[in-house]
Design a protein around this ligand. Structure first.
Ligand SMILES: Cc1ncc(COP(=O)(O)O)c(C=O)c1O
Length: 395
């Protein structure tokens, strides 16, 4: 079908989209309405942890769809209980609440911290967040985010989110008052430009939180579920947070997210938290299939090894073209360009023939790579080859 025949005018405008309709996907490859194939190093923005149409996920969907779709969130169901147990068994947390999106999980984390502050800290409610952070698109999570312009776009903001600088402990300490209940950050700022929080910073935050009786909250919507080479990125810093949120990778492409906390922080009372689809068996069955594959022996070692391989290839490209190096953790990486040519590279990569390449440029001078965690070394080589061709052309 030709693009002009699709009823695109029925959709509300929210962003500029290319004139493509994707019709199929398998592993690291997507196919558009013309039959052209694309090597996908975006994967729904670090969402499809196991690539497109993963067999384990399909099986979980098919089996669960025939068994039970929705008994109501007021009742227990088997997949919800299984996935809850998988997450507590494989993390430092004791309690899980399931939701549908990263923003919703973060909204829950903010509510949980405020509830805990009301019960245990004289009504303290402020959560220190980081400049350039990204926590979602609801009003509270936009207010928590440190994205330029987001303080005014839907003003007035939800109050209570003073901003510190990532990797600057003094900037955090300066903001602590008797109103502070927690500190919230992404272990690697994703949308902000793939900037890892240092091990020293994370350990310093833990010490500050302990000293002032604050909750350390990690937003692992992008970094969690194997993306950084460990099941959760907080493991890289050797600290245990009090609250963690997951999204994206946990559903491997279906809408699922989670809010986790230590037992002593779980302070919701009946009616405080909920949502029609929380713990929906179809989504949690898929999440369970995803976690099963991520925790299979050797899987995360392989992610680490491929992250290192991608790093080496990006460093080689950087040296070859005199670029600014690379950074990241595991399979969440960025190449620092010498000019603001990121958006142009993204467009030309997509338009390459006979096969296109899908990349992302969260800042004009940066390319971000978020391939499927089961991407092959051959696919990494293929991506690097295509990128080299483009960089040569633009040099
Ligand atoms: C760190 C982080 N938190 C929260 C979100 C919001 O997740 P969602 O779009 O599922 O609401 C994102 C999405 O990019 C994210 O990267």
């Amino acid at each position: 079908m030709a693009f002009a025949e699709y009823p695109v005018q029925s959709l509300m405008y929210i962003t500029n989209r290319p004139e493509l309709v994707f019709t199929e996907g398998k592993g690291s490859w997507l196919t558009d309405h013309n039959g052209k194939r694309y090597l996908d190093f975006v994967q729904g923005w670090a969402v499809n942890a196991l690539g497109h149409s993963n067999e384990g996920m399909i099986q979980a969907l098919e089996t669960q769809a025939r068994k039970l779709l929705n008994p109501s969130p007021a009742f227990y169901n088997e997949p919800m209980l299984k996935l809850g147990r998988q997450l507590t068994d494989n993390s430092c947390f004791d309690k899980v609440f399931f939701a549908n999106s990263g923003a919703e999980a973060n909204e829950g984390a903010i509510k949980l911290a405020r509830k805990w502050g009301r019960k245990h800290k004289n009504g303290a409610f402020e959560i220190i967040t980081m400049d350039h952070s990204f926590h979602g698109r609801t009003l509270a999570t936009m207010s928590a985010s440190g994205k330029a312009g987001w303080d005014t776009i839907f003003a007035p903001q939800v109050p209570g989110f003073p901003k510190a600088d990532l990797n600057d402990l003094a900037s955090v300490e300066k903001l602590i008052t008797d109103k502070t209940v927690g500190i919230m950050l992404e272990p690697v700022q994703g949308e902000g430009g793939v900037i890892p929080a240092t091990r020293e910073f994370m350990q310093g935050l833990r010490a500050l939180a302990d000293k002032h009786k604050l909750l350390l909250i990690v937003d692992e919507v992008q970094t969690g579920c194997g993306r950084c080479g460990t099941l959760f990125a907080y493991e890289l810093s050797g600290v245990e947070p009090d609250i963690m949120t997951l999204g994206k990778g946990i559903g491997g492409g279906v809408p699922l997210s989670a809010l986790l906390c230590k037992a002593e922080v779980a302070s919701f009372e009946a009616g405080d938290q909920g949502g029609t689809y929380n713990g929906n068996p179809l989504m949690t069955a898929v999440g369970s299939a995803v976690i099963e594959q991520l925790t299979a022996p050797g899987f995360l070692d392989d992610v680490k090894a491929k992250g290192q391989y991608l790093r080496e290839q990006l460093l080689a490209l950087s040296a070859e073209f005199g670029l600014g190096g690379e950074r990241g953790e595991g399979l969440l990486r960025a190449l620092v360009l010498d000019k603001d040519i990121g958006p142009q590279i993204v467009e030309e990569a997509r338009e390459m023939a006979p096969r296109g390449l899908l990349l992302n440029s969260p800042r004009p001078s940066l390319l971000r790579f978020m391939p499927a965690l089961n991407v092959t070394r051959e696919e990494i080589d293929q991506m690097i080859g295509m990128l080299r061709t483009l960089l040569k052309k633009l040099a």
